[in-house]
Design a protein around this ligand. Structure first.
Ligand code: ADP
Ligand SMILES: O=P(O)(O)O[C@H]1O[C@H](CO)[C@@H](O[C@H]2O[C@H](CO)[C@@H](O)[C@H](O)[C@H]2O)[C@H](O)[C@H]1O
Length: 453
């Protein structure tokens, strides 16, 4: 049975949110044939039930009577008999993850180019944009919470795997910023959507692929490695691969993005008496996190104290749409400048929270944490970790300061009164990261935990 095959496979996928917990049942909510052939392409929405709660996922299934060696790694299993309506029928089919089959993924481009409706799935493109469906795709290696298909060096199509009813904030934000011709974004071209619970829900976004570019995480690590490999008395400023000028430029780009978001979407202020509620929100998250991850418990007192300082603030806090999950892996250095990706907010948070106005300092805090991550992640398991730790601290300090300077020079606002808020946001981000790492990369958990020291 297809549902049983999928239930056995889905739990092992990188993008599956419920890893480590048994799946009670998997049911197929919709099953649309996009291409009736051999190979054939089906689009499925499935509901996965775990501990009484339900999550929905999007799957693209390829169907072939014979599976070539090049697609064996994508095999889900064999099922049959199955007959496509007006298409081939075989007693046995190989069912596999069609994201890996360029003979099938071109249907996504073709359907977007034609603004086609396939059953309940709608494909759209932005007015005035031409889509060339002749380019072959491959799955991007860095598959994380979603699956990205790169078509030649022209497009990247991000398939959202876990679905939350509503327009994805990434699509909402990049289309609004592109309409303003804002810099520092990847141009959007098209999208896929479906109605879930009566709400139009984004399934995928097609964007410009930034070829000849590197993400900020890789660039930062090159710089950190360079410093680690330098002579003991060489400082972060003196090392050949110094990153500070790039960190400052990134700060400037961040300020510009915040300005564009404040112009394209509503803005507001949180009055001092309401700031208490912000602190309560941080506390609630801490409570949930400490219940899940025991290593956090010894830091709760210090964290509570930092959140309490936010409650004592007497100035109002400016709020607007923000990125929401800002880190070095979300920014790409092209040949000309930094481009910001993935305005989706923190995966796992409710959509309303991800779309809510917040202080732009949350993004600043996210990137500051990322400099800490880059400085420390090579230390885990390193034979000379103790000797290198001062260098890691120095690298983080230098690049955090450069980023903040660039942000302020670029027009971003950080006042002395913001210090308590920025610190609370940074600590709260580290709490989120402790959970993220304990669920996804347990060997990395020491990185965010180090922030509390
Ligand atoms: N428009 C793009 N051009 C080039 N590479 C991209 C683009 N969008 C994403 N990437 C690459 O994909 C990686 C993951 O993208 P991201 O949008 O952050 O997905 P996820 O939400 O799954 O982490 C990025 O770090 C980057 O390397
Ligand atoms: O990129 P995503 O939207 O999937 O974000 C999630 O995964 C990120 C890891 O890939 C995680 O980021 C954390 O690790 C990064 C290094 O890999 C580091 O640069 C970030 O500062 C750190 O938060 C992110 O938190 C999570 O939401």
């Amino acid at each position: 049975m297809l549902d049983e095959l999928l239930a056995a496979w889905i739990g092992h996928q990188r993008w599956f949110g419920g890893k480590g917990r048994p799946i009670d049942t998997l049911s197929i909510d919709s099953d649309v044939t996009i291409e009736a052939g051999d190979p054939g392409l089906r689009h499925l929405i499935v509901s996965v039930w775990q501990d009484g709660s339900r999550e929905r996922y999007q799957l693209l299934l390829g169907m072939r009577a014979d599976l070539p060696d090049t697609l064996q790694h994508a095999l889900i299993g064999q099922c049959g008999p199955y007959a496509f309506e007006n298409g081939p029928s075989h007693p046995w089919w190989h069912v596999y993850d069609a994201a890996h089959d360029p003979e099938l993924t071109h249907w996504i481009l073709e359907s977007m180019a034609g603004d086609t409706e396939q059953g309940v799935v709608r494909f759209e493109h932005l007015p005035g944009v031409g889509i060339d469906s002749g380019v072959r795709s491959m799955v991007l290696g860095a598959e994380q919470s979603n699956t990205s298909l790169v078509y030649g060096d022209a497009y990247i199509c991000k398939l959202f795997r876990r679905l939350i009813p509503g327009v994805n904030p990434e699509l909402e934000i990049v289309t609004a910023l592109a309409a303003r011709q804002a810099p520092h974004i990847a141009q959007p071209y098209g999208w896929m959507e479906i109605d879930l619970d009566g709400t139009a829900t984004t399934l995928a976004i097609l964007q410009e692929f930034l070829s000849n570019s590197t993400d900020g995480w890789d660039l930062a690590l090159t710089s950190v490695r360079d410093l680690y490999n330098s002579l003991p008395d060489v400082t972060a400023a003196e090392a050949g691969g110094d990153f500070a000028a790039e960190a400052a430029r990134l700060g400037g780009a961040t300020a510009r993005i915040h300005r564009e978001l404040a112009t394209a979407f509503p803005t507001g202020t949180v009055e001092p008496h309401e700031v208490k509620r912000m602190a309560e929100g941080l506390r609630r998250k801490l409570g949930r996190a400490a219940a899940e991850v025991p290593e956090l418990r010894e830091h709760v007192g210090m964290l509570e104290a930092a959140y309490h300082r936010v409650e004592e603030l007497t100035a109002e806090v400016a709020v607007q749409r923000v990125h929401g999950d800002y880190h070095l892996g979300q920014v790409m250095r092209t040949t000309t400048d930094w481009v910001v990706l993935d305005f989706e907010g923190e995966p796992g948070q409710p959509l309303a929270e991800r779309r809510a106005m917040s202080s732009p300092l949350r993004d600043v805090a996210g990137m500051l944490r990322s400099f800490d991550y880059a400085a420390r992640h090579l230390l885990a398991g390193h034979a000379e970790a103790d000797k290198l730790e001062p260098k890691a601290d120095q690298w983080a300090e230098r690049n955090r300061a450069a980023f903040l300077e660039g942000y302020v020079e670029g027009g971003g606002t950080i006042t002395a009164a913001d210090a308590a808020l920025l610190r609370a946001f940074e600590l709260s981000k580290a709490v989120y990261e402790v959970i993220y790492e304990s669920r996804n990369r347990p060997s990395w958990i020491s990185i965010p935990l180090a922030a509390f020291r």
